[in-house]
Design a protein around this ligand. Sequence first.
Ligand SMILES: *[C@@H]1O[C@H](CO)[C@@H](O)[C@H](O)[C@H]1NC(C)=O
Ligand SMILES: *[C@@H]1O[C@H](CO)[C@@H](O)[C@H](O)[C@H]1NC(C)=O
Length: 294
Amino acid sequence: MNSSNQAPIKRDNLIAMLLAYTTCVQVSSFIFWLVFLLQNYSALLLKQRNKRFHPESVAETEKQKYTMAHYEKGMKDVPGEDIHAYNTNYSAHREGIAPEEMVEIYNKWGENYEKDFAGRYNGPVIAATSLAEHFEKGRRDAYVLDVAAGTGMVGEQLHHRGFTAIDGLDPSKTLLNIAERKNIYGRLINSFITSEPTASIEEDTYDAIVISGGMGEGHIKCSALNEMIRIVKKGGLICIVMREEYLDYVEEYKNLEPYMKQLEIEGKWEKMERKVVPNYSFQKNGIVFTYKVL
Ligand SMILES: *[C@@H]1O[C@H](CO)[C@@H](O)[C@H](O)[C@H]1NC(C)=O
Ligand SMILES: *[C@@H]1O[C@H](CO)[C@@H](O)[C@H](O)[C@H]1NC(C)=O
C-alpha cells in the first residue's frame, strides 16, 4: 500500500475532529462537576434537613407516646357521657404543656368551663368541706386565698359554709372575670403561683390557702409550696385537693409527697390530714392534704 494513494486528512476534518474532541472533554467534565456539585449539595441539604427536623421530630414522637400513655391511664374509667368534658379538661393538662398555653386554653374555655364540670367535679365541695372542718369557729374572720380559683367554684362553696373573706388567684383573666361576677371574692389576683414571691401578696397574709383542681400536668409545681407557706400566717392552714392518680403518673407529683415531707423535716409545716376521697372528678378518687404552717 502506498500512503501517498490515501487522501490526506483534510484540514477541515482535522479541525472538526479537534472541536468534537474538546467538546467531548468539556461536556464530560461539565457533567462530572455537575454530578459532583449535586451530590455535595444534596448531602448538604440532607444534613440541614436532619439538623432541622430529625432530633425534634424524634423527641416529638416520644412526647406524643408519653402523652398518649398518660391520656390512656387517666381515661380508662371515665364514663362515656363524660368523655367530651374529660377531653376538654385534658387539653389543659397535657404532659409538657407550657404555662402560657395552659392559660390560653382556660381563657378560651371561659364560659363553658362550669357547664363542662357540672355534675362531674366535686373538688370544690370536697375542698370547702375539708377546710371548713378545721374552722369550726371563726369562719367569718378567716382570711382565705383560693389558689387556682378559676371561675370561683371553690369560693362559692366556701361562701355557702360561712367564709366571707376570700381572695382568688388564677393565671387566667377570663376565668377570673367570671369569678368576679359572683360577688364573693375580695381581691382577684391574676397570677401564677410559683416558687417566687407573688407580687402584691405580703408574707403572713392569709389564715388559709385552699386549692382544688390546681394540681395537674403543667400546673402548680412542688416548689410553689414554699410560696404558699410564705403567704400563710403561722398556725394557718394549706389545704390541697387533687386527683389521687396524679401522684403516680404526673412526673412533677411523683415528688410531691417527698417534697411535703421534706418541708415538714425543715420545720416549715406540720401534716394535719391526708385522706383519699371518692368521686373527686369524673368519678375518680381525690386526695386531700392539709398542713399547718409553723
Ligand atoms: C359522682 O359525682 C357526681 C357529681 O356530683 C354525681 O352525679 C355522681 O352520681 C357521683 N357518682 C358516684 C358514683 O357517687
Ligand atoms: C381537670 O383535670 C385535672 C387533672 O385531672 C384535675 O386536677 C382537675 O381537677 C380537673 N378539673 C376538673 C374541674 O375536674
